[in-house]
Ligand binder design. Structure first.
Ligand SMILES: [Zn+2]
Length: 369
């Protein structure tokens, strides 16, 4: 039922599978697409399909305050997801109005149908400012072919001539095709904002690194965190450098966010955007931190000789990468190299069009990043 148009859309920005260690998954089953499964009497868990081989779903959450619904995230703009929303809005969600559409961040599987839902329900979109304007700009800037600045960016990262040819032939307007048009106006979410929802008060917590100003919703009394892609139990959120900000250091933001979210209680029930709700937040954050530290150490050794982002792949990724995964991996490789560069561990060597990084001081930080 997925429309033909979705076949070459980018996958959500994650890669790799991490072993989950001793996290507790209190729900033995996940809802079928379009089915609302109660988490408790105020929250329902909803799954929408994603047309990607390695990740076939996104979790959305519906909050019920007794008088209206708050939707958290919206799903990818596909015919299949639209059909499921139509059924829900005409059926199980028809008894109350939709009061808010909260979107955690600008990635297409989260914001995809926000504009469409906003038109259909009359509810406002609630997002952080950076995420809303990222989404708007990506929609406006859509061009079928990659712009020159993007080609230069990937050439600097060390793309082969063959990879550059593939990139030149690839579509660059996937974002606008995977998202419904956003309205001009939105309701801004900021760190610390409180969303009243019946007898619950959700506090907005901001994460960064996977996306610039990612909103999570935390309810201290019930001990529940709707984490979006900021904390995922089984896959690693992509932390990458992209052509729009070619010298960015998102891994520093990501590790800072891990520090901040680690202050939440370990018994918090985490409702993530992919895979199942889990308990074991700090354990999971430490696993994620550890995987980045291991990669930084491996890179530090590998860069005894100058290496481009592509030449760093052998110590960063186990799988052979192609298509969009190759782009995401390039972004992630640069994120680790830029983190080392910012800390004075590697220096950039410019060799014709290609930028390489060489170790000048070993990275040996065992714990804190
Ligand atoms: Zn994401």
């Amino acid at each position: 039922m997925a429309s033909r148009d979705t076949a070459d859309l980018p996958p959500p920005q994650h890669h790799g599978d991490d072993p989950e260690e001793a996290l507790e998954f209190p729900f033995s089953e996940a809802p079928a697409p379009g089915q609302l499964m109660p988490i408790d009497d105020r929250i329902s868990w909803l799954r929408m399909p994603l047309p990607f081989q390695r990740l076939d779903h996104i979790n959305l959450y519906v909050l019920d305050d007794g008088e209206a619904y708050t939707l958290v995230d919206s799903g990818l703009a596909t015919d299949e997801t639209r059909a499921i929303w139509r059924q829900l809005l005409a059926g199980p969600l028809s008894d109350k109005p939709v009061g808010r559409i909260v979107i955690t961040h600008f990635h297409p599987d989260h914001v995809g149908l926000a504009g469409w839902l906003c038109q259909r329900t009359g509810a406002a979109i609630w997002m952080t400012r950076t995420e809303f304007f990222f989404a708007r700009v990506f929609q406006l800037e859509a061009t079928p072919q990659p712009p020159q600045a993007a080609l230069d960016f990937f050439e600097r990262a060390g793309f082969s001539d063959q990879a550059m040819d593939k990139l030149k032939a690839a579509r660059y307007d996937n974002y606008s095709r995977a998202t419904s048009k956003l309205p001009l106006d939105y309701h801004r979410l900021k760190a610390g904002d409180q969303l009243e929802n019946g007898d619950r008060t959700w506090t907005i917590r901001i994460g960064s690194g996977h996306s610039p100003e990612h909103a999570c919703l935390y309810e201290a009394e019930a001990g529940i965190l709707i984490s979006g892609d900021q904390i995922l139990p089984r896959i690693t959120s992509n932390v990458g450098v992209y052509p729009g900000e070619p010298l960015a250091n998102p891994l520093a933001d990501w590790l800072d966010s891990i520090d901040r979210f680690s202050k939440l209680p370990e018994k918090t029930l985490v409702l993530p955007a992919h895979h199942g709700p889990f308990i074991g937040l700090r354990k999971r954050l430490e696993e994620i931190r550890g995987s980045h530290i291991r990669r930084l150490k491996a890179l530090s050794k590998h860069c005894a000789e100058p290496r481009s982002a592509i030449e760093a792949f052998p110590v960063l990724f186990k799988r052979r990468l192609k298509g969009m995964d190759f782009i995401l991996a390039t972004a992630e490789s640069l994120a680790h190299l830029h983190y080392l560069e910012a800390g004075g561990f590697v220096a950039r060597r410019i060799d014709g069009p290609v930028h390489r990084f060489q170790t000048v001081r070993p990275y040996d930080n065992g714990a804190g990043g």
